[in-house]
Ligand binder design. Structure first.
Ligand code: ADP
Ligand code: ADP
Ligand code: ZN
Length: 215
């Protein structure tokens, strides 16, 4: 089973992914998380990706495609995977279609989470992330029990470098130009299920659950 989460930055993909992988036993594949780890560890990949990420631009397709190819070959993905943040361009989607027969799976559903732009900006600029386990919080909408401390692991929370207002606006622009064409791409394949992301976190999950339970 392969499920794709599609939607603008801040739509709640990472937040929903936490519940989806737990309840459906899927491996979590987030290109953003993999890239951030590479940047933190200053690996060759991280050094190539850092500047694009900080500017709110996409990392080149050839780098990202390699990451996903390797990640999907890892044993935990054999039981099924949830892709968050990939594909983000039509070229990446074409690569995925070509790679899937080798991996022995196919795309079951593309969950399109849509949210209004003002709300996206508020969600992204208020987002806080655990520096140890990557869990997501929000100053207003999902505050941790103790200020700046992760509920799950006690790690420190930080604000991502690309969650400043200026970079957020750039990322929303990049999404419109480079990622939105994927909606049509997957619509033509009959794979899109629409999710209203403007609801609260539980309200969004309820919609996703009813889609996945009916696959
Ligand atoms: P994405 O992975 O799509 O960029 P996140 O899951 O990181 O988005 O969510 C962005 C921010 O918005 C986080 O701070 C998260 O806690 C918060 N958030 C997620 N879903 C909702 C929701 N339905 N309502 C309000 N805030 C939300
Ligand atoms: P978001 O909250 O915007 O959904 P992600 O954590 O998914 O953020 O991605 C953070 C950054 O990592 C992106 O702005 C981009 O620079 C890079 N990135 C992640 N996934 C991809 C991808 N599939 N293709 C190109 N760049 C990517
Ligand atoms: Zn944590």
């Amino acid at each position: 089973m392969l499920i794709i989460l599609l939607g603008p930055p801040g739509a709640g993909k990472g937040t929903q992914a936490e519940s989806i992988v737990k309840n459906y036993g899927l491996a979590y594949v987030s290109t953003g998380d993999i890239l951030r780890k590479a940047v933190k560890e200053e690996t060759p990949l991280g050094c190539k990706a850092r500047e694009n990420m900080n500017q709110g631009q996409l990392v080149p397709d050839n780098l990202v495609v390699e990451i996903v190819r390797e990640r999907l070959m890892e044993p935990d993905c054999f039981k099924g995977a949830l892709l968050d943040g990939f594909p983000r361009t039509v070229d990446q989607a074409v690569f995925l279609d070509q790679a899937l027969p080798d991996i022995g799976t196919k795309i079951d559903s593309v969950l399109l989470i849509e949210v209004e732009e003002d709300e996206l900006i508020e969600r992204l600029t208020g987002r806080r992330v655990c520096s140890d386990c990557g869990a997501n919080y929000h100053l207003k909408f999902k505050p941790p029990k103790v200020r700046n401390v992760c509920d799950q692991c006690g790690g420190d929370l930080y604000q991502r470098d690309d969650d400043t207002l200026e970079t957020v606006k750039e990322r929303l622009d990049v999404y419109k130009k480079q990622t939105e064409p994927l909606i049509k791409f997957y619509q033509e394949k009959g794979l899109i299920s629409e999710v209203n992301g403007n609801k609260d976190i539980n309200g969004v999950y309820e919609q996703i659950k009813s889609i996945l339970d009916n696959l």
